[in-house]
Design a protein around this ligand. Structure first.
Ligand SMILES: [Zn+2]
Length: 340
């Protein structure tokens, strides 16, 4: 992967490039923005640039074919440390981040960052799912962020800086990422071989809220069909909230027995519901929307409250509520909101 292949985010790139040029690159970055817009790809490109053995000083252009560049692309670079939440966990492993209780700061990513770089240049850490770092782990990381090893770079990747402790925020350079253009999402769907028809790629991209991650999921026609059925149910009056919660439960159970897959699917379904209400807001302001709201009459305030309730439900999926209970109370809330 080279910079020329990255779509969007040119402002953020220009900003970092000028910092590199002036030798005032920060050591810790907090990269925030919606899921699936390329934050990790961006961080990996910065890492590749800064680890490249033929890098021109003051530039952020990796050569692409030295040993280091090849290793970054193959995920085998010994100085590139990467950490993400495991699929079945609700938070990033504190042990992997700062070591187990008995060995705190004597193992784990923060410890490894202090080891002399194998390539002699620097060590780089990319920490994904930073939203889920527990306070105890965040506090243990502070010393590393306060006095980072010379030349090291740390990228924390999350959705919103407010999800971080103030002490982490204040020690990080915050880089905010926006959503991708719909045309970029369509291009990526075709380029990554997820879809092959340009028309279908455009149609899917229009539903994806500027996220290639969302677009990749929506490439599944069955899932698009359910999204559209859910929108029809949400538009129906009176709203059949029992039917809605049953349909969503069945859809989330359809991904298999595994709890984490079901939770991920459930969050996706709440975001489909969210799209419906966003569609109403967009229609109100005469902007194009991928949602057919069938002229549902809802005040802007009600639609905004309904969006809030979808986001709250989404954040409650990871807590220990029974899925059926969460869905039923959410759906009942929708019916109540839309009656008002
Ligand atoms: Zn190189």
């Amino acid at each position: 992967m080279m910079w020329s292949e990255l779509l969007g985010h040119s402002v953020q790139r220009g900003w970092l490039e000028s910092a590199v040029k002036q030798s005032r690159l920060a050591s810790t970055f907090l990269m925030v923005g919606p899921d699936g817009v390329g934050k990790r790809t961006f961080a990996r490109l910065v890492a590749k640039s800064m680890l490249c053995l033929r890098q021109t000083p003051g530039s952020m252009a990796p050569c692409g074919d030295c040993e280091s560049c090849v290793q970054v692309d193959a995920n085998t670079h010994p100085d590139l440390l990467q950490l993400e939440k495991s699929a079945d966990a609700s938070s990033l492993s504190i042990d992997k981040l700062v070591g187990s209780k008995e060995n705190r700061m004597r193992e784990g990513l923060c410890y490894e960052l202090h080891i002399k770089p194998f390539g002699g240049v620097r060590r780089v850490a990319i920490i994904d799912d930073a939203d889920t770092i527990l306070d105890e782990a965040a506090n243990s990381m502070l010393k590393t962020l306060e006095e980072p090893p010379l030349g090291s770079l740390i990228f924390l990747i999350g959705t919103n800086e407010q999800r971080q402790l103030a002490t982490i925020r204040s020690r990080s350079q915050i880089v905010r990422f926006g959503r991708l253009d719909t045309s970029h999402v369509a291009t990526l769907l075709l380029r990554n071989g997820i879809l092959s028809e340009a028309n279908e790629a455009s149609e899917v991209a229009a539903m994806a809220n500027g996220s290639i991650g969302m677009a990749t999921l929506l490439a599944d026609p069955e899932l698009r069909k359910f999204r559209s059925e859910l929108h029809t149910m949400l538009a129906q009056r009176p709203m059949d909230f029992v039917g809605i919660s049953k349909a969503m439960l069945a859809q989330s159970q359809g991904v298999g027995e595994e709890g984490s897959a079901r939770r991920t699917r459930m969050k996706l379904l709440f975001s489909f519901a969210c799209d419906f209400y966003r569609g109403i807001l967009l229609e109100e302001s005469s902007r194009p929307s991928s949602v057919h709201t069938k002229s549902v009459k809802l005040s802007i305030a009600t639609a905004a409250r309904a969006i809030d309730s979808c986001l709250t439900a989404q954040s409650e999926v990871d807590r220990n509520l029974t899925p059926a209970g969460l869905l039923e109370s959410w759906a009942a809330q929708q019916a109540e909101l839309c009656q008002a």
